[in-house]
Design a protein around this ligand. Structure first.
Ligand SMILES: Nc1nc2c(c(=O)[nH]1)N[C@H]1C(S)=C(S)[C@@H](COP(=O)(O)OP(=O)(O)OC[C@H]3O[C@@H](n4cnc5c(=O)[nH]c(N)nc54)[C@H](O)[C@@H]3O)O[C@H]1N2
Ligand SMILES: Nc1nc2c(c(=O)[nH]1)N[C@H]1C(S)=C(S)[C@@H](COP(=O)(O)OP(=O)(O)OC[C@H]3O[C@@H](n4cnc5c(=O)[nH]c(N)nc54)[C@H](O)[C@@H]3O)O[C@H]1N2
Ligand code: SF4
Ligand SMILES: [Mo]
Length: 745
């Protein structure tokens, strides 16, 4: 990858363009992937096909250049609001997935014990027959609801429809209980609506941006990083709260190296200063909020001096930053974060952030939280399941028998996994369909996931790569990648409503098939064919476009249509989107009081680890998305394996001191050993924690490139702490010792 270093990707500077996003190809030479030599990913195509990206879940608009039936380069669609002409490095490297020589090529049927990863190739007919027979058997014995769908990614829509007509409500994505669920709950309790994705925040126009762990710049959600660069270019200031000196911290006016797990104390102290010094937006709160008196009383003693020994942040710095944050209101944005499952008290931390945002009057105001809208699209005319025929009868099985998780608004993936082990829920799961999620690396406590899988009668994995989860499946179905398939239309809520199209740039390689086809054929085989009337993915989309009054040819040529601009903030004439029962922003939550939970967040100290251990923190690298890109040879060039960040003084004080670049083993509190992994010895992290990028340390034998590279955060995450409000699984409760590589336990 001549000419492109890591630095170039992660720069967030005054220069407004460029940032994280790269407009053109990644490399300047040919790169060979076994039998799939691909032209220089900078080569212009003789055909350009607009579509949208699936290297992560942001779904940016892409222009795919095609020459001689091969995708040569991927660039951002300038008309698409999420990419604005630029892709992040992962999106630009999408051909590394399309031409990955390790892709799943044919359907596979298990030929040995579960988990041994031994399969026989099969025809689609044979593989789908096996799935259909298994599903019908489960339905006969245990009811349709005993089938669960785990899914992540845009292409899952076809399989969600399958589940709907099949008659099971047990559909979960790990992006709720393992990711943004606590945030959604915290904001919902406060404003009556969760944040959603893409986040409706106005980074572009903010004057002070406060990041509480959200490591933008490493976390590469494209438009957010572009807006961040623009904002910095226009003089916006950053306050970064992170135990680690993140990329964003490098651009910040203030870095608060907080003791992990103590953010609620800092947030309460900030509120204390803002309220005591009357720096809050009293007029806004009088108009829109309730519970200010209770909040004032609650934070009265929570002074910066109180928070100091808890957080490790000096009182003067807490005061100064509180004043600084308040000085920019309402264009002072407390970023809501995204991956919030950290310590098990996460919904309350998110609520504290939501309350602080309200004190600043930034919810519904320019530079804060915006009002967004969806492009109105007509559905494809499908025959809906009839109540009593196949519509689900039993409720979702993700909650414990005894009740619990009163404010969960989506299905918990971890809850469905629990419900597969007998005795947890009102009924057990007997079959899993797993679409685009590598549950072995994604749910905490791998042993529990595997235990659950061993209770199943049938497990089907639909994937593009032979990920760990495929190794545990009975049947593996190879999906065509996003560049080879048509999918449904996208129309997320956004500042300007828009609709985008995914269309195949090239034919599916090998014997892979698009999701619309797999779901339809499976539907036919289980006797539900009438509910899958579409002729193809493209026909499905065209019918929707026509019914919605959108010109098909224009959409297919441009890739995106923009809706009417809407008023996004109070300054434009919109009212803040408050949907609580009281109709007000609930600084004090009646709902939580009734449920017997703290109506205003309180700080409880996180449990400490064993002596001599470090708390394990996890995050992202700019060129990777979890484990889904770590086998992508193109994206591995700048970052092929993760490294463990260790504080320099702490590394020196270890029984066997560790130098930068040394190979070490990580041993967690339950004796799990991971590595060898290189140590990044640095002053950029506190001494009580270490940091690893998630997604490495693969064990699947088919991932010939990624296997064995780096250390697996998933393997080290043997413990998790469940959020009592919504069931999220906090993972920052694991601790590791650092040992020299080579020493055996
Ligand atoms: N230990 C630990 N666990 C975590 C996290 C963490 O930081 N640490 N992060 C959490 C977060 S924030 C999230 S959102 C989740 C994400 O977790 P997942 O959604 O499981 O994401 P990946 O691990 O990337 O797995 C995606 C799978 O989809 C496959 N895939 C990729 N593209 C396609 C496609 O087009 N079609 C199909 N059918 N399959 C495809 C990939 O090969 C891979 O097997 O993990 C959570 N779990
Ligand atoms: N390149 C890239 N970008 C991505 C993704 C990806 O896989 N790759 N995934 C996307 C997805 S699905 C998600 S959910 C987001 C995740 O990205 P974020 O929402 O930013 O969430 P995390 O990954 O949990 O954040 C990790 C940061 O939190 C810090 N941290 C850890 N513990 C604490 C603490 O107690 N307090 C504070 N204040 N900080 C702490 C860590 O040091 C690290 O810098 O990224 C998205 N963007
Ligand atoms: S942020 Fe990057 S990886 Fe995610 S959809 Fe956009 S270009 Fe693709
Ligand atoms: Mo996530």
């Amino acid at each position: 990858m001549a000419g492109i270093g890591r630095r170039k990707f992660i720069q967030i500077g005054a220069a407004s363009a460029g940032v994280a996003a790269v407009g053109s190809g990644l490399a300047t030479r040919w790169w060979g992937l076994d039998g799939n030599p691909v032209a220089d990913p900078g080569t212009e195509g003789d055909k350009v096909v607009p579509t949208f990206c699936e290297l992560c879940f942001w779904n940016c608009g892409v222009l795919a250049h095609v020459r001689d039936g091969k995708v040569t380069k991927l660039v951002g669609n300038p008309e698409h609001p999420l990419s604005k002409g630029m892709l992040c490095p992962r999106g630009a490297g999408g051909t590394g997935l399309l031409y990955d020589p390790d892709r799943l090529k044919k359907p596979l049927i298990r030929a040995s014990k579960r988990g041994e990863d031994v399969f026989q190739e099969a025809s689609w007919d044979a593989a789908l027959n096996k799935v259909a027979e298994g599903l019908l058997e489960v339905k006969k014995r245990h009811g349709p609801e005993a089938v669960a769908l785990f899914n992540h990614g845009f292409g899952a829509s076809w399989f969600k429809w399958f589940m709907k007509v099949w008659g099971s409500p047990n559909i979960a994505a790990p992006s709720y209980a393992q990711c943004r669920g606590p945030r959604e709950a915290g904001y919902s309790l406060t404003y009556g609506a969760g944040v959603g994705s893409p986040e409706p925040i106005d980074i572009e126009n903010t004057r002070v941006l406060t990041l509480i762990g959200s490591h933008l710049g490493e976390n590469m959600h494209n438009s957010q990083v572009q807006e961040l660069a623009d904002a910095i270019g226009k003089g916006a200031q950053l306050v970064v709260v992170d135990p680690r000196f993140s990329v964003a911290a490098g651009k910040a006016r203030y870095w608060l190296p907080i003791k992990p797990g103590t953010d609620i104390a800092l947030l309460l102290a900030w509120m204390n200063v803002i309220l005591e010094e009357k720096r809050h937006d009293a007029e806004y709160l009088a108009k829109y909020a309730t519970g200010l008196d209770e909040l004032k009383a609650h934070v009265a003693g929570k002074t910066p001096e109180w928070a100091w020994p808890i957080t490790g942040i000096r009182p003067e710095l807490i005061r100064e930053t509180a004043r600084f944050i308040a000085s920019a209101r309402p264009a002072s944005l407390i970023h809501p974060g995204r991956h919030a499952t950290w310590y098990g008290d996460d919904a309350q931390r998110a609520r504290a952030m939501a309350i602080l945002a309200a004190l600043l009057g930034s919810y519904g105001r320019r530079g804060g939280y915006l009002v967004t809208g969806k492009f109105p699209l007509q559905p494809y005319p499908v025959k809906a399941p009839q109540a009593g025929a196949h519509a689900p009868v039993r409720p979702v099985a993700d909650k414990p028998k005894a009740g619990g998780f009163p404010v969960a608004e989506e299905v918990l993936a971890s809850g469905l996994c629990d419900a597969t082990k007998p005795g947890f829920a009102m009924y057990d799961m007997k079959a899993w369909i797993v679409y685009g999620t590598n549950l072995i690396h994604t749910l905490p406590a791998q042993k529990e996931t595997i235990q659950a899988i061993q209770h199943l009668d049938l497990m089907v994995a639909i994937d593009v790569l032979p990920a760990e989860i495929c190794g545990w499946a009975d049947v593996v179905l190879p999906e065509a990648t996003y560049l080879e398939r048509d999918d449904d239309l996208q129309a997320p809520a956004w500042k300007t409503p828009f609709a985008g199209i995914r269309q195949a740039a090239v034919e599916p390689m090998y014997d892979s098939k698009p999701g619309w086809w797999i779901a339809k054929e499976l539907g036919k085989k289980v006797g539900l064919g009438e509910h899958f009337p579409w002729k193809s993915g493209a026909e499905f989309v065209d019918v929707r476009l026509e019914a919605s009054g959108i010109d098909v040819a224009t959409m297919r040529k441009k890739g995106v249509v923009l809706g009417k601009r809407i008023a996004n903030c109070e300054e434009d004439g919109a009212t803040p989107a408050i949907f609580t029962e009281s109709g007000k922003i609930e600084l004090h939550s009646q709902q939580l009081a009734k449920l017997g939970h703290d109506p205003i967040p309180s700080f409880y100290p996180p449990e400490e680890g064993p002596p001599g251990s470090f708390r394990l923190l996890q995050g992202r690298a700019p060129t990777h998305t979890f484990g889904r890109t770590t086998n992508n040879r193109l994206l591995a060039e700048p970052y092929a394996e993760n490294e463990v960040w260790v504080n320099a003084d702490a590394a020196q004080a270890l029984p066997t001191p560790v130098k930068n670049g040394d190979l070490v083993m990580l041993v967690n509190q339950d004796g799990v050993r991971e590595g060898p992994v290189r140590a990044k010895v640095t002053q950029r992290i506190r001494g009580d924690c270490v940091f690893l990028v998630h997604g490495f340390g693969h064990t699947a034998r088919g991932l010939r490139f990624a296997r064995g590279r780096g250390a697996s955060t998933a393997a080290l995450t043997t413990r998790y702490k469940v959020d009592p409000l919504m069931g999220g699984t906090g993972i920052n409760v694991n601790f590791v010792r650092i040992e020299p590589a080579g020493r055996t336990a």
